[in-house]
Write a protein that binds this ligand. Structure first.
Ligand code: G6P
Length: 593
């Protein structure tokens, strides 16, 4: 059961794994370096670890190399207490020194082992008391699950800044960092609050505060079903998720368009409040940040409102000038990214309203923000995001249009034509997916590429950022995205015979400019793969390979142009024999800074 759950969570990290169970009053622990399948083999599918209660962990290394010793669970020397942890114990160096001075011996390089020894120090027969004492001493963001050998029917848990959910099942209860891990057993979920301590037993759950006062939380029914988290006949999750995009876009879009108007019920702001917003900040990480880059162009163009798009990891440390009339839009698939979560906190402290565009229902960012607009992408398993990215774009289009509408810039024929174009997107994405074989053939030509340069201007630059990230993260080919006009200020020095350039040109007003950039790199021997609008003969002819887009409003072109770039990355990665869904060194949900 634990192995299966971990398999669902492997996207959070997969460089080592381990399990601890209580069997006959003793802890049995097995750990292994490498992916989960190593642990699976070692425990013969879990059969070597029988028990009634247990914990498991799949790791993305922060402190100490990924190997068996550093894998979780960590335990005290007597092997009577075992703990798994997500996050970082920030004061672990000081705690470790203190524990060593008291005679404790450490075997790993991890911050987590400190928790195991600290528990040992404070455990005098009352687990709750020991956990509370430990929590008073550790700093940082974490989620912990703990076993005490002499409490064979209880798993203790607590969270601070990292996710931890409880599943209420028919024949047992569960604790996990994500609902996909337990979906097979139950959809009934409890979200414990920060610093609340959970005592999980097979037949009940008790949750108490640090003052040992009992708290209760509602049980939420999760709508996702387990089949959504399976491969469904595809070779990889990534391909399945790429192919799901027409549906995801439709699901994110249709409930929010009613009788020719955009209705965003989740946005608990009146039209008047919306029109008072002075500035918008878009804050996110990774691909979600790239949707924010696109969002900026669209918001400014449509709603004539100044937008700053920032990386969450930069935003939180730059002391941003926030005003009460600013709206902060955070974008996150997982809803758990630590830097993005910190951005929410900073914005709220400054008195700003925070709107979160999030995929995972009930995630921490969703719960900490003022308003949540859920993307309807369903569970996304592949580490490289595709369908969640596409759904985020849709949410941003709708939001920008709503702002434009209430500010008086979008009505009548223009609004109608944009809504028509939006509604056509699912079908048009389907059409773009029809280029699958063609893109695969093109990909085959570039399997041995050393560097790839993505160029575009405006929204096309935002698309290039995402196309380039997709390629490098799953194929390990060095790749960069450049605003095409910047090329001549340095990057063009790298162009040589055979360099591969992916040129994105979806904005009619910029075709001529991009054509000049294509010609410039071609003159230096580059091979051009272009993505452009249908009928754009000049760019097509200047390119060695070209995929074209059906007609849409140029502001929505990202949704179509990204499809061949996702497929290019996918087929190059698969062709190179890479682990497409679990690229090295990466994790899908990054709950550490
Ligand atoms: C990780 C993932 C990316 C994702 C980023 C932000 O790096 O590998 O695909 O874009 O985190 O994650 P979020 O869940 O906040 O969208």
């Amino acid at each position: 059961m634990i192995l299966e759950g971990l398999e669902r969570l492997e996207y959070r990290g997969y460089d080592s794994a381990g399990i601890a169970v209580i069997d006959d009053g003793a802890l049995r622990i097995t750990k292994a370096g490498g992916k989960l399948e190593v642990l699976n083999g070692l425990t013969r599918g879990g059969t070597t670890l029988p028990g009634f209660a247990g914990i498991g962990h799949t790791r993305w290394a922060t402190h100490g190399v990924p190997n068996e010793v550093n894998a979780h669970p960590h335990y005290n020397t007597a092997k009577t207490i075992a703990v798994v942890q997500n996050g970082i114990i920030e004061n672990y160096v000081a705690l470790r020194k203190r524990l060593i001075s008291k005679g404790y011996q450490f075997v790993s390089e991890t911050d987590t082992e400190t928790v195991a020894h600290l528990l040992d120090l404070y455990y005098k027969g009352n687990p709750l008391e020991a956990v509370i004492k430990v929590l008073q001493h550790i700093e940082g963001s974490y989620a912990l699950s703990i076993l005490f050998a002499d409490q064979p029917d209880v798993v203790y848990g607590v969270r601070k800044g990292c996710p931890l959910i409880l599943g209420i099942g028919e024949d047992g209860n569960f604790m996990a960092s994500d609902v996909t891990a337990i979906l097979k057993h139950t959809r009934r979920v409890i979200y414990p609050g920060e610093m609340e301590i959970v005592e999980l037993k097979a037949d009940g759950v008790r949750i108490v505060t640090m003052d040992e006062e009992e708290v209760t939380h509602e049980i939420t029914e999760v709508a996702w079903d387990i089949s959504a988290a399976e491969k469904g006949g595809y070779k990889h999750y990534m391909l399945k998720e790429i192919m799901e995009q027409p549906r995801v876009v439709r699901d994110t879009l249709s409930p929010r368009i009613r009788d020719g108007r955009i209705v965003i019920e989740e946005l608990g702001m009146s039209d008047e409040e919306l029109s008072r917003v002075r500035r918008v900040f878009m804050v996110a990480c990774g691909s979600a940040y790239h949707t924010g880059v696109t969002g900026r162009y669209i918001f400014e163009n449509l709603a004539r409102i100044p937008v700053e798009t920032d990386l969450a990891s930069e935003f939180i440390y730059r002391d941003p000038l926030l005003d009460r009339d600013d709206l902060v839009v955070v974008i996150s698939q997982s809803g758990e990214t630590k830097d993005t979560l910190d951005a929410v906190k900073i914005a709220r402290e400054a008195g700003c309203k925070v709107l979160a565009i999030v995929n995972v229902v009930g995630s921490t960012i969703a719960r900490e923000s003022d308003f949540v607009m859920y993307t309807q992408a369903g569970p996304e398993i592949s580490v490289a995001t595709t369908k969640a990215y596409s759904a985020q774009l849709i949410a941003l289009y709708l939001l920008a249009m709503k702002f434009a509408e209430v500010r008086g810039f979008l009505h009548g024929r223009k609004l109608k034509s944009m809504l028509d174009d939006l509604m056509k997107l699912p079908e048009q994405i389907e059409l773009m997916l029809g280029n699958r074989d063609k893109v695969q053939r093109i990909a085959n030509r570039f399997i041995a590429a050393r560097d790839v340069f993505f160029i575009g201007r405006g929204i096309d630059y935002a698309i290039s950022l995402e196309g380039s990230l997709k390629l490098k993260e799953i194929s390990y080919i060095h790749s960069e995205a450049y605003a095409a006009g910047e090329l001549k200020h340095g990057t063009i020095a790298l162009m040589e015979e055979g360099s591969l350039v992916a040129a994105v040109s979806t904005q009619p007003a910029l075709h001529a400019k991009l054509l000049s950039n294509i010609v410039e790199v071609k003159a230096r021997g580059a091979i051009i793969f272009s993505v452009t609008t249908m009928g754009n003969r000049e760019i097509e002819e200047a390119s060695d390979f070209c995929v074209t887009l059906p007609e849409t409003n140029p502001l929505f072109a990202n949704s179509l142009a990204i499809i061949p770039l996702q497929m290019l990355a996918y087929y190059i990665s698969d062709g190179r024999g890479c682990d497409v869904d679990k690229p090295r060194n990466l994790a899908k949900s990054v709950t550490v800074e």
